[in-house]
Structure formats: structure tokens, C-alpha cells
Design a protein around this ligand. Structure first.
Ligand code: AMP
Ligand code: MN
Ligand code: MN
Ligand code: MN
Length: 297
């Protein structure tokens, strides 16, 4: 019996490897419409160079890059999926919910993104005030200019701190100032998680729990989250991300199976300078998980 099961898994993994060899997917990445370094069209061009067949652009709280990305994808023969990564709150935690296959003209989704933009602008003011109190003035003007009308994120503040030699690298900016418990951290109430899932569903999309390992939850909190996400209408979770190790992938595949969620694959690519993360450079989705692309046209 056990032997049969093992054989089954081996065959399933083998099949999934074969499928992934045929097609390359990436359902999580960022352009300069939020905190990515590349324009939407340059991002899609890079995806094409990397041999990606199906791509979603998932900027933080904005759909502003989708039209440009779609246009470029149609030139390059890439199947493009409209995406977004929504900032949400659940039980005093910040969670990211990716929406795939959403209608970018959904009025409720557009309303939510403008509310999130306001929340981000207000938070930016508070972060800048906190930095000023620490003798690091001028951040708000700098990040606004750098963002150029795109969503202002903590990455922009990390860039400000690097540009002004307060830190040596963006990671140091996060670790010293920008993460929870550090001097420039601002507690923020985002969209309610269940509301975000409902909005995505209503806009014809598939709601995907982004990078579940990033939240550092205990097993019982993870089960609570997946139960709540599922009840809210969530359909999938990221099982493979750009920095996942094989053990994490196995754990997440087991959760996906247990909660009857489809599995997504997404690099969370932001910047070509990050040697650890590349568009489309992803381990295969384990064969025991339903692939999210089966839920997308
Ligand atoms: P936020 O503006 O809070 O949505 O954060 C924007 C981005 O900052 C995230 O999407 C990540 O790209 C990056 N980020 C968040 N936390 C960290 C961290 N601890 N280290 C490095 N980058 C981070
Ligand atoms: Mn980001
Ligand atoms: Mn995220
Ligand atoms: Mn992301």
C-alpha cells in the first residue's frame, strides 16, 4: 500500500515536470507601477526572453500597468493574465491576496484601489514624519518624485535611505527602520481580507493567497488562515515562489491539497539586480496539486 502510494507520487511528480517543461508560467511580479524596477512592457519583454508562455502582472494595489503589459504580451505571443496584489488585513496581520484574471474595469475593484492609494499616501506621510524625527528629513518629497504617480511603497522609502547614505542596502533599510517594531514602521489597516477576496471574485478573478510562508505563522494559525480564506471564497494559494525551497513547497502543496485550493506559481520578481529571484525561474508545481492555470482562460 505504502509502496503504491510512493509510486503514485513519483508518477505524479514526473507528469507535472513534463507539463512544466512544455509551458512556463509566472503569476506574480511587479512593474514600476508599484515597486518593480521595469516598465510593464520591459517586464513582459524580459518574460519573453526567459521563455514564459503565460504571465500575470500583479502590482501592489493597482491595475495601472495592465493595458501596457497586455499590449506587449500580444506582440510577443505571451498569454497575459490581468493581475493585482491587494494589501489586506486579517486578525491584525497584513496579508497579500493576489487576484488573477480580474476585469480591470470592475468599478468596485477600481474603487478599492483608489482607497488603497489613499491609505498608502497617508501611511507615506507618517513614515516620513517618523524618519524626520530620526534626523532623516525630506523623505516624502523624494519618494513621491521617485514613484512618479505610481503606488508609494516601503521599497521607495528603502531607496530613499540608500540614496541618502543612511544605510548601505535596501534590506538594511527594512531591517533597521521599516519593518514592524522598527522606528519608521506604521501600523496600517488595509482592506479586510474577506472583502478583498469577494472583490476579486466579483471582478471575475481567482483569489490567491500570496507567499504563505512570508507570514511566519504557526501550523494552527496557518490552518485558521486557510479556513478563513476558503470561507471568504479564496480559490488558490501560492505553492511555489521565487525563493521557495523543496521542503516549503512540499508543506504548501500538502496544505493546498488539504484545503482543496489550487496551487499557483509566482516569482514575486521586482528587480533585475536581485540575483535570487528571476521572472519564470520557479520549481515545478507538485503533481498532487491542481494548477491555478486550469482556473484561468
Ligand atoms: P508595502 O509598501 O508595505 O506593501 O511593502 C512593499 C514591499 O516591500 C513589499 O512588497 C516587498 O517587496 C518589500 N518588503 C516588505 N518587507 C520586506 C522585508 N522585510 N525585506 C525586504 N523587502 C521587504
Ligand atoms: Mn513589493
Ligand atoms: Mn507580497
Ligand atoms: Mn509581490
Amino acid at each position: 500500500m505504502l509502496k503504491n502510494r510512493i509510486q503514485c507520487f513519483v508518477i505524479a511528480d514526473y507528469n507535472s515536470d513534463c507539463m512544466n517543461a512544455k509551458k512556463k508560467y509566472d503569476f506574480h511580479c511587479h512593474s514600476l507601477k508599484s515597486d518593480g524596477a521595469l516598465s510593464p512592457s520591459n517586464l513582459v519583454a524580459r518574460a519573453s526572453e526567459n521563455g514564459i508562455n503565460m504571465l500575470a502582472l500583479t502590482d501592489h494595489d493597482t491595475m495601472a500597468g495592465l493595458a501596457e503589459a497586455r499590449e506587449q504580451a500580444s506582440h510577443l505571443g505571451i498569454h497575459f493574465v490581468n493581475g493585482i496584489e491587494l494589501s489586506t488585513s486579517w486578525q491584525d496581520k497584513s496579508l497579500h491576496i493576489v487576484g488573477l484574471g480580474i476585469d480591470p474595469e470592475s468599478s468596485r475593484l477600481l474603487e478599492a484601489t483608489s482607497k488603497l492609494e489613499q491609505i498608502r499616501n497617508q501611511r507615506a506621510e507618517k513614515i516620513a514624519e517618523k524618519l524626520e524625527k530620526k534626523q532623516m528629513p525630506g523623505a516624502l518629497t523624494w519618494v513621491k518624485q521617485k514613484a512618479g504617480g505610481s503606488m508609494i511603497t516601503r521599497t521607495h522609502f528603502a531607496d530613499f535611505l540608500v540614496a541618502h547614505f543612511y544605510v548601505n542596502a535596501p534590506q538594511e533599510a527594512f531591517d533597521k527602520y521599516l519593518i514592524r517594531g522598527k522606528p519608521a514602521y506604521v501600523t496600517t489597516r488595509w482592506l479586510d481580507m474577506a472583502e478583498a477576496v469577494e472583490l476579486i471574485n466579483q471582478a471575475g478573478g481567482v483569489a490567491v493567497l500570496a507567499h504563505p510562508m512570508r507570514y511566519k505563522l504557526t501550523a494552527s494559525w496557518m490552518r485558521r488562515l486557510l479556513t478563513g480564506f476558503k470561507e471568504a471564497g479564496g480559490k488558490a494559494m501560492e505553492v511555489v515562489t521565487g525563493r521557495s525551497n523543496p521542503e516549503e513547497i512540499k508543506v504548501l502543496a500538502d496544505y493546498a491539497k488539504q484545503f482543496a485550493l489550487a496551487g499557483s506559481v509566482g516569482s514575486d520578481f521586482h528587480h533585475p539586480n536581485n540575483q535570487w529571484v528571476e521572472l519564470g525561474r520557479l520549481a515545478p508545481l507538485p503533481g498532487n496539486v491542481q494548477p491555478v492555470w486550469e482556473l484561468l482562460q
